[in-house]
Design a protein around this ligand. Structure first.
Ligand code: ADP
Length: 204
């Protein structure tokens, strides 16, 4: 029997990876949409034939994987091309996440989906957990982590839903505005709650 699926989402630099790691330490299976996307577009990845058919051989680097820089430039400002790429990738990512969560051991699995709301994937999961920080902190942490310019960070933020929209769609919220050590207690509490919920669901 497949367990409950919890989506973990939040804006860039909000702390999704940090939080997911803490759930994993408690034994929760973590399934990451970005990791799956990278596998699909690696050499011999399942998305590569369709991508080459749609965009030409230039989309592939010498190793046979997706040429990410080329594709970024290709879809930049071209929404039809971006949609075409998404139409190839999103169903494959979705199917792979479902397959992995169905196979996962344990009462629930955590699906890390950064663009959950942007891609309208809420129906994929039973519960939505949002990692929340003020935008100023998001910017400061991304600057420190990636060394991006404020313009580049601003462009990413503009492409994502805003904080209010995310909070509106949340069943649970993790406040990550404090020190990382402050996350552990809240993660443990949510882990317990998800275990209880999934028992309740099994009893139905
Ligand atoms: P996301 O996966 O949402 O993009 P990360 O988990 O990578 O975010 O966190 C962004 C950056 O901020 C990382 O460098 C991470 O180590 C750091 N970080 C995460 N949580 C905190 C925190 N509570 N205090 C300080 N830095 C943090």
């Amino acid at each position: 029997m497949s367990g409950m699926r919890v989506a973990l989402t939040g804006g860039i630099g909000s702390g999704k990876s940090t939080v997911a790691e803490q759930f994993a330490r408690l034994g929760a299976p973590v399934i990451d949409a970005d990791v799956i996307s990278h596998r699909l577009t690696a050499a011999n990845g399942a998305a590569m034939p369709a991508i080459v058919a749609a965009f030409g051989a230039a989309a592939r680097n010498v190793e046979g994987a997706l040429d990410r820089a080329w594709m970024r430039a290709r879809v930049f400002g071209d929404s039809a091309a971006r949609r075409q790429l998404e139409a190839i990738l999103h169903p494959l990512i979705r199917a792979e996440m479902l397959a992995r969560s169905n196979q996962a051991e344990g009462p629930y699995s955590l699906l890390v989906i950064p663009l959950l709301f942007e891609t309208g994937q809420q129906a994929l999961v039973d519960r939505v957990l949002v990692v929340d920080v003020p935008e100023s902190q998001q910017i400061a942490r991304v600057r420190a982590r990636d060394g991006l310019s404020d313009d580049a960070i601003g462009a990413v933020l503009a492409s994502q839903v805003d904080r209010a929209r995310r909070l509106q769609g949340a069943d649970d919220v993790i406040d990550n505005s404090g020190a990382p050590e402050q996350l552990a207690a809240r993660v443990a509490e949510l882990d317990q709650r998800y275990r209880q919920y999934s028992q309740g669901a099994d009893a139905l």
